[in-house]
Design a protein around this ligand. Structure first.
Ligand code: PMP
Length: 434
């Protein structure tokens, strides 16, 4: 029937037919049947304000995106072995948003593929095997990326840190060691990149790459201290590493002030990886690098990606960039982000267990603790707040090493009315959840 199967039936069959490792949100899973702008609509017709999905940055089922996608799909979809206008126009427009030295693009289908390709380029260019990643980082689901994702290999089911991975400290200002002077936090965290390189050296490996998100997200919505990224990049370069900025989650203007979050730290990487919001939900991703690194990779072996860079994906990608610019959505993210951070910070006056409120643009986090002095993570409380918000009509998530950070990444098309509703729901949830 048109209504499809009931939610509990889907859940039952899902457990039988799909890999069990898939997680599902909420105690009572939701069956979402439709998306419209910043809203997701469930099987009972109830609309929820989606404050979690950064992929649909221009709104769910954005009609302009759907139109351009459908039109190109009706005309042609094929691979990169033929000339096509779309891929060239897209490569030009995308690289124009990046620092001058980043001129050569590779198109793939997921953030994981983009990071894997970046690693291949870095290892080829340096002829080294090691990678330095930040503690609690997540860079993707491929074998090569689980190996550089402490968020995975340190947790249940993981095999621990491989000898080819060095772990630099997560530059978390809120949880910086108590005896560090405030003015030195950025430099001390950056110094741990060198410690990680030493860790690699002890295992007999040189660093091919330093990879970092320019606003670590899975690690708990960590806004990097000013000065950190520049110093960390310099330390890694000194040891011969190529710098990979993983902008898969934070890229495309989410920080508001800039298109790319590394730009807000006045730091320039050698490779940038992008995904998630790049196609507003259409599965596509990209890697952009320098002429020199790209040329070194051009070693005789073909690079072929069946779906990467196809005319449909490139048409969608072009439209996404066009809308971001036309509708001045970065400015919107800056304005709403600042106001939301101010309003969420006010909640701290009334609620002791809010330890920290942080963010950049529309990448926001509220860290919950049992006690502001000890900062013991309030994991269960965070989960209950998120459940309550769902009951009240707002979708959020939790993340971080202890799952105690409420994570918010609303669409770039968020409005004042949406922000008011989010605040109203958060206020009620904090007032009502014990
Ligand atoms: N890098 C980061 C920072 C991510 O957040 C993700 C996805 N959560 C990935 C890479 C992997 O992207 P995908 O799931 O599209 O492979």
């Amino acid at each position: 029937t048109k209504a499809g199967r009931a939610a509990d039936d889907l859940l039952k069959v899902r457990k039988e037919k799909l890999v069990r490792n898939l997680s599902i949100s909420y105690k009572t899973p939701m069956k979402i049947v439709r998306g419209e702008g910043v809203h997701l609509i469930d099987d009972r017709g109830r609309a929820y304000l989606d404050c979690y999905n950064n992929v649909a940055q221009l709104g769910h089922a954005n009609p302009e995106i759907v139109e351009v996608l459908a039109r190109q799909a009706a005309l042609l979809n094929t691979n990169t072995r033929y000339l096509h206008d779309n891929i060239i126009a897209y490569a030009e427009k995308l690289t124009a948003t990046l620092p001058k030295n980043l001129t050569v693009a590779g198109f793939v289908c997921s953030g994981s593929e983009a990071n894997d390709l970046a690693l291949r380029l870095a290892r080829n260019y340096t002829q080294a095997q090691g990678t330095v990643a930040l503690d609690w980082a997540y860079h993707g689901h491929l074998s090569s990326l689980i190996e550089i994702s402490p968020y995975k290999y340190k947790r249940k089911g993981g095999k621990g840190r491989p000898a080819t991975t060095g772990e630099a400290m997560l530059p978390d200002a809120y949880r910086a060691p108590a005896d560090w002077p405030k003015a030195e936090i950025a430099a001390r965290y950056a110094a741990s990149v060198t410690t990680a390189i030493d860790q690699l050296a002890q295992a007999g490996h040189k660093p091919a790459a330093f990879i970092a998100e320019s606003l670590p997200s899975s690690a708990g919505q960590i806004v990097l201290p000013q000065g950190y990224l520049k110093a960390a990049y310099a330390a890694a370069r000194k040891a011969g590493a190529v710098i990979i900025a993983d902008e898969v989650q934070i890229g495309f203007g989410r920080v508001g002030s800039h298109m790319w979050a590394f730009d807000s730290h006045d730091a320039v990487p050698d490779i940038v990886t992008m995904g998630k919001p790049i196609g507003n939900g259409h599965p596509m991703a990209a890697m952009v690098t320098t002429r020199e690194i790209a040329d070194a990779f051009f070693n005789g072996m073909e690079y072929f990606n069946t779906f990467g860079g196809n005319p449909v994906s490139c048409a969608v990608g072009l439209k996404v960039l066009e809308i971001l610019e036309r509708d001045r959505l970065l400015a919107n993210a800056t304005r709403l982000g600042q106001s939301l951070i101010a309003r969420m910070s006010k909640l701290m006056d009334r609620h002791d267990r809010i330890g920290d409120v942080r963010g950049q643009g529309l990448m926001l986090g509220i860290e919950l603790v049992e006690d502001r002095m000890t900062k013991v993570p309030a994991t269960d409380y965070a989960g209950r707040i998120v459940e309550k918000c769902r009951q009240l009509g707002v979708l959020l998530g939790t993340d971080g090493p202890h799952d105690n950070v409420i994570k918010m990444r609303p669409g770039m098309i968020f409005t004042d009315t949406n922000a008011d509703f989010l605040m109203q729901v958060l206020e009620t949830a904090f007032a009502e959840v014990a």
